[in-house]
Design a protein around this ligand. Structure first.
Ligand code: ATP
Ligand code: MG
Length: 384
């Protein structure tokens, strides 16, 4: 029996492995343009379409291309209060721009005039530098911290890209609106920094950035990230199988991509399982077995999801899965028992807010391709 060479090249979940990335060339070029001109950007998509991976990859690519461009990353997922935000924000900015402990100590002081930062150093130097502040001082002089990116960029003669993931987490803070006002008031004057803000709660992000009444309205270029097209998956998957001395036909690659509806996370997940199960040659039996495994694995989640839907919402989901075009026509309303057209409008909104469906270019599609497959197994959707 032949054994596979090396580790599984397909990755899904949190960590981004070398070479586990495909395409996004246009998006990287677009971000490159924006960052070089210090324009802010807001990146949104449903969950797991590749926002965080794209920004990380972009930083990696541009690092070699543009010496003057530097990146700083901040993940707000675990930031629970405004106070924590200022500390984390300052810490990441300092860490991203200063390599040596001596520099941290000598330079940090020069950025602050009214606030005295407390610098903590752990045993393993760079990784454990952290800044903290007296909260009362911060409340009086917030802008001094919020200005840090611009000050560093000016002093080092660089253009800085401040990437903030899970930005919508600010809604957990005591006064999110006031917090957004503070940020916007300072950041909008920065001509050496671009803020790249993204997050996994699409609707909250849209509310923050596309709502005229909100402080961050029109803060930057709004980029709705798309899925990855089949033509980019084909060479990526083929190469992945080759690294393990395994064969996969183009037809089978297309089957994976089609079943997973080009969804980045799921294409990687299915490829991962198929790669693991295959010794030499991918067969239809292997594909079916791996797909069923993923569906079964998620079933508990989908059962819960369906339990949370009303009858008319569930019926609307069925109509969307069946690709009905005239959802509000009398005929379709009756066929699927979806209530009135007003009910359909209301339900569409709720399903969109809950990331069950997405509306793009006037077309409504399901967000989770595995949920669709589970629904098809669970309900007789052909009877309509
Ligand atoms: N360009 C890509 N090439 C290959 N796989 C990708 C790419 N982008 C994303 N993926 C796959 O999708 C997974 C999810 O990506 P990522 O975590 O970046 O998405 P996200 O949009 O930030 O998700 P969330 O909304 O949950 O934060 C990755 O772990 C990887 O498997
Ligand atoms: Mg993410």
């Amino acid at each position: 029996m032949k054994s596979s060479k090396g580790n599984n090249p397909f990755v899904f979940g949190l960590t981004q492995k070398e070479n586990a990335f495909t395409n996004r060339t246009e998006e990287i070029n677009q971000l490159h343009q924006l960052f070089s001109n210090n324009i802010n950007c807001i990146l949104v998509s449903p969950r797991r379409w590749g926002k965080s991976s794209l920004v990380r990859e972009c930083a990696k690519v541009l690092k070699n291309k543009e010496k003057k461009l530097q990146f700083c990353f901040l993940d707000m997922f675990s930031v629970n209060s405004e106070q924590e935000f200022y500390q984390e924000f300052a810490t990441q900015l300092i860490k991203a721009n200063t390599n040596k402990v001596q520099d941290v100590l000598s330079q940090t002081g020069t950025y602050f005039k009214k606030i005295v930062p407390k610098i903590s150093l752990g045993l393993s130097p760079e990784s454990s530098v952290s800044l903290s502040f007296d909260w009362q001082d911060v409340q009086k002089h917030k802008s001094e911290i919020l200005d840090l990116g611009q000050k560093i960029a000016e002093q080092k003669k660089i253009n800085l890209v401040v990437c903030i993931d899970e930005f919508q987490s600010l809604s957990r803070f005591d006064d999110p609106l006031q917090f957004q006002r503070s940020l916007r008031a300072v950041w909008q004057n920065h001509d050496k920094v671009s803020y790249c803000l993204y997050g996994s709660k699409r609707n909250m992000m849209e509310h923050i950035f596309n709502n005229r009444k909100m402080p961050f309205y029109r803060f930057g270029e709004f980029i709705p990230l798309q899925k990855i097209e089949e033509k980019h998956w084909i060479p990526f998957i083929r190469k992945g199988f080759k690294t393990g001395d395994k064969n996969i036909s183009t037809e089978h690659i297309k089957w994976i991509v089609e079943k997973m509806d080009c969804h980045p996370y799921y294409v990687q997940q299915l490829s991962y399982h198929v790669w693991n199960t295959t010794i030499e040659e991918v067969t239809q039996e292997i594909l079916d077995e791996c797909l069923n495994r993923i569906i079964e694995h998620n079933a508990w989640m989908y059962e819960r999801e369906v339990e949370g839907l009303s009858r008319t919402q569930l019926n609307l989901v069925k109509a969307i899965i069946n690709k009905e075009e005239q959802l509000s026509s009398k005929y379709t309303l009756a066929k699927y028992d979806m209530g009135t057209s007003a009910t359909v409008t209301k339900n569409k909104k709720i399903l969109e807010q809950n990331d069950v469906i997405i509306k793009q270019n006037q077309q409504i599609t399901m967000v989770d391709p595995v949920f669709v497959l589970w629904m098809k197994q669970r309900f007789d959707l052909n009877r309509y």
